[in-house]
Ligand binder design. Sequence first.
Ligand code: FAD
Length: 346
Amino acid sequence: MVARVTPTNFPRAFRLKARAKLPEPERCLLHLVEHLKEREGDIRAQGDAFAVTLPDIYGWMWCEDGLLQVDVGSRDAETAYFVRTWLDGVFRHLAGTETVEIEWKENWSAGRLPPSFSILKVERLDMLTSQMVRITLKCPDVTRFDRTDALHVQALVNFAEVTAATGEERPPLAWRRYTVRAVNVARQTIDIDVFLHGGGGLGARWVSQLRVGDLVGVAGPSGGSIGLADHYLIAGDETALPAIARILDFLPRQCGGDVLIEIANDAERLPLELPDGFKLTWLARQDDTASALEGAVISALAHKAAEKTFVWVSCEASIASRLRKHARAAAERDHFDHLIAGYWKR
Ligand SMILES: Cc1cc2nc3c(=O)[nH]c(=O)nc-3n(C[C@H](O)[C@H](O)[C@H](O)COP(=O)(O)OP(=O)(O)OC[C@H]3O[C@@H](n4cnc5c(N)ncnc54)[C@H](O)[C@@H]3O)c2cc1C
């Protein structure tokens, strides 16, 4: 085995190691590599291992002793916690119907809940459209959410089930990510706008069963800043709408750009306040397989903006993956920064 050379700026404070017994570990390793590339990870093969760099994370993945092994370092316990949650989900997905044995080792005392976990109370529920519900949560330490460099939270969508369970029978924790749409410091509340897709997922089910006064488990905020630029191309579907609205609230007034939002139909439009230099286009989804957004973003990328540009797109994962390839090619030609994220998977 080639010695793994770790860069000196490797974030070591929180170290996580995993040894997973999976069917066909070599195939699983390549699958994991592909997964991480999708997440904009920088992956380099070194001998028989792969080095991975993601914002705030550095790590290694390799196969040894018939096991898929991972060694990750991150700067904070919160990131380390969700890396572990994410890896656990990927390992179980890769194992399919087979049982997976995972041995975890951490250099910190990893609790069952992330360090920032807090329990908030539902103060209001408002239907913004037939498919978008606003959850207003009472939040005594509201200022922690009032940041433009960390826009999202993780919601524990089986909170009621987890708290009702006793002893050994506690179910695994199920997290879903949502954007903090608004922070009201005076009222000590945050708003989360959730798109109720018809897929019957855990997140959609959790929201449709919520009542005023219910308790909600939330971790964060984390992730999701946007780079500084003079010109922006901002695009997404309904799940990205809360993030787009929040971003438009804090972008400097002197910049400009284009905003493209794909929705199922006109009834899903939400009032958006745009800085003067921005132009908003609502796109109607033709059907579940044809994305109007994809074509519109590709054609926008074909035109070079004169100013320093940032491209931000969030939408369904396979569309995001194709758009990322276009954005990378266009960025090489026109030198702009971009962030293309898959917010959900069809
Ligand atoms: C950083 C980030 C921020 C996000 N912010 C928000 C937000 O503010 N508001 C918001 O509503 N969503 C947001 N999302 C997306 C949200 O997390 C997913 O839509 C959600 O996880 C779906 O969870 P689920 O349990 O309901 O469905 P899953 O269990 O994930 O999926 C169940 C089924 O539903 C389908 N499905 C899932 N999501 C959608 C969808 N959006 N449209 C159509 N079909 C779908 C899937 O294809 C699958 O068949 C964000 C995601 C990320 C990564």
